[in-house]
Design a protein. Structure first.
Length: 384
């Protein structure tokens, strides 16, 4: 049986769908993929091929132009026709719409969509964004008619689609985010010590007696970029007890290119280290993971990883983020767009808090986000 997965980037397929891909291939499925050839963080095509995936390239972009999008759809349709898959499973907006339409045109037996969050279009209420939202939701309304099932990563998005009559209730399936391979993210005191020593060497300071605060996100304003940097600047003027680290790609479309971020990082006393493929090592060395996001997330992968590595989490009480925190138990909620509130929460965490919250986040990871839950659920729908 042939299964075709479509996503906007190769990195999203490799990092978020790897447990599912490995299981499918081990069960004898022939797995194909369509994605861009190079994520902002670098190419993952060879890694996908190493897993046994037959890769196909379509260069997705954020354009809303008719001709650009028709070209993307034509490229997808050509590959779908050539591969002739039994199952097509698409992730993120543009692949979900175009992939589903193409699968329908080419007679795929089963068609699946995963809504990985509603994204930037739902973060603002300007006229332009409202128009784009309406167009997108109408496209989803049509695509969902052709889908066998639609997977949602958080209950808010699922309820929204059902309430707006975009998808029928019996076709909606709630999943635990993208899941995580807990064996791959296993850790020990020795591994944490090694990671802290490595970080001390890279930063050129001794972090052993510091509280390390990590912001693992692209430089998107909606991810809480400015809130994190303002908070770091304020706290660093009060005390040197905290070390602030930002890992993630620049985002020139929002005016946050490498040059701008580096300027802000010096001003705010933030160590900006760019994107790192070994983010796990940096997260292991951290004590607090911060994502004050008002982006309409699915469930942020970074927060699932933080749970798996048993970190204290500070995030917003918004769709996708709220699923990772029990407020006051393994982390804290902060108000969106409120750097002062973020500052208060960070300053409330000391060595005693870290010890008290220890072993709590990992319990949530095991209960809700083990990738085996997602893989088994997905396979059940594929074969049902």
């Amino acid at each position: 049986m042939k299964i075709l997965m479509i996503a906007n980037t190769d990195g999203a397929l490799y990092n978020f769908r790897k447990p599912l891909i490995k299981k499918l291939i081990s069960e004898g499925f022939e797995v194909h993929s369509i994605s861009s050839s190079k994520s902002p963080e670098g190419s993952y095509i060879r890694l996908l091929e190493k897993l046994g995936v037959h890769t196909h390239i379509v260069e997705f972009d954020n354009s809303v132009g008719i001709f650009d999008n028709f070209s993307i759809f034509s490229d997808i349709n050509k590959i779908v026709k050539e591969v002739s898959p039994d199952i097509v499973h698409s992730f993120t907006h543009k692949p979900a719409i175009f992939g589903t339409f193409s699968a329908r045109l080419n007679g795929a037996k089963k068609i699946f969509i995963t809504v990985t969050g509603l994204g930037r279009l739902f973060s603002y209420d300007t006229f332009k964004f409202k128009v784009y939202r309406k167009v997108l939701l109408n496209q989803y309304r049509l695509a969902c008619r052709f889908s066998s099932k639609v997977f949602f990563q958080n209950p808010d998005d699922m309820d929204f689609f059902i309430e707006k009559k975009i998808v029928k209730k019996d076709r909606a399936v709630l999943t635990p985010g993208s899941g995580i391979d807990l064996e791959e993210f296993s850790f020990s005191k020795e591994k944490i010590k090694i990671s802290k020593d490595f970080l001390s060497q890279e930063l050129g300071i001794d972090v052993k007696n510091k509280i390390i605060v990590l912001f693992p996100a692209r430089a998107l304003p909606e991810k809480g970029f400015f809130e994190f940097y303002k908070s770091a600047k304020f706290i660093s003027q009060l005390t040197d007890k905290y070390v602030f680290i930002h890992l993630g790609s620049a985002y020139p479309d929002a005016g946050l290119d490498e040059k701008k971020i580096k300027y802000l990082s010096v001003e705010s006393k933030v160590f900006y280290l760019g994107f790192k493929k070994n983010i796990k090592d940096y997260m292991l060395a951290s004590d607090i993971v911060v994502l004050p996001s008002y982006y309409r997330e699915g469930i942020p992968r970074s927060l699932i990883e933080a749970l798996a590595l048993d970190k204290i989490i500070i995030t917003t009480n918004l769709p996708g983020c709220r699923e990772t925190v029990i407020d006051g138990w393994n982390g804290f909620f902060v108000r969106e767009r409120d750097w002062r509130n973020l500052t208060e929460k960070i300053l409330s965490i000391d060595e005693n808090t870290i010890k008290k919250f220890s072993s709590r986040s990992i319990l949530l990871a095991r209960k809700y986000f083990d990738s085996r839950i997602l893989v088994n659920l997905t396979l059940k729908e594929y074969l049902g």
